[in-house]
Write a protein that binds this ligand. Sequence first.
Ligand code: COA
Length: 175
Amino acid sequence: MSIEIEVLNGDASWPLAEPLFNAIWPPHVVEKLPWGRFTTAYPEWRVLLQADPEGVVCHVGVQRRDVKWNGRKMRAGGIGGVLTHEGFRRRGYASLALNAAIQFLRDEGSIDFALLFCEPHNVAFYVGRGWKPFEGEIFCDQPEGRIRYDATAPYVFDIRRAPQRGTIDLCGLPW
Ligand SMILES: CC(C)(COP(=O)(O)OP(=O)(O)OC[C@H]1O[C@@H](n2cnc3c(N)ncnc32)[C@H](O)[C@@H]1OP(=O)(O)O)[C@@H](O)C(=O)NCCC(=O)NCCS
C-alpha cells in the first residue's frame, strides 16, 4: 500500500482531515474527554498521512506560538490532534507523522521546543518517542479569561531547549 505524507495548511486541509476526526473524535466523544470542555486553537498546519483509497488515515495538528516561560519569551511548536484511524494503528503511522511534525518545526529555525498535552493512557507512547514531562504549571486563555490548565498532562520535546519546570503561559488558547 502506498502512503503519502504531507504538511498542509490547517484551514485548507480541514476537509481532508474531517472524516478522520468524525470517526475518532465525534462531538459526543470529545465532550466526555478531559479536555473536551476547553476552547482549543485551530491547527495552523496539519501533517496528513493519506492512503489510497481510504484517504487520511493519520493526522497531527501543528502550530507555532510565542509563549512565555517564567515570563521570558520562547517559541513553542504546539502538537495536537494526534489521530490514527482504528484500522491503521500499530503500523508506525503516528510515529512517522510526529517525526514529520518535529522536522517541520525544526526547519522553521526559531522553535525552542514542542509541547503537547496527553491523557495518561498515551503517556508511554510519547515517552517512548522522546517526549519528557513538563513538571511545572501551564496557563492559557479561554473565552472567560486566563486560566491554569491542568486537564491533561504537558509533555515537551527538545528542539533547541525545552523547559521542564517553571511556568509556561501559552499566550492564547491551548491546543
Ligand atoms: C495514540 C495513537 C495516535 C497511536 O497511533 P499509531 O499510528 O497506532 O501509533 P504507532 O503505530 O506509531 O505506534 C503505536 C504503537 O505501535 C507500535 N508499532 C509501530 N509500528 C509497528 C508495527 N509495524 N508493528 C507493530 N507495532 C508497531 C509502536 O511501537 C507503538 O507501541 P508502543 O507505544 O507500545 O511503543 C492512536 O492509538 C490513536 O489515534 N488513538 C486515539 C486518539 C488519541 O488518543 N490520540 C492521542 C491524543 S494525545
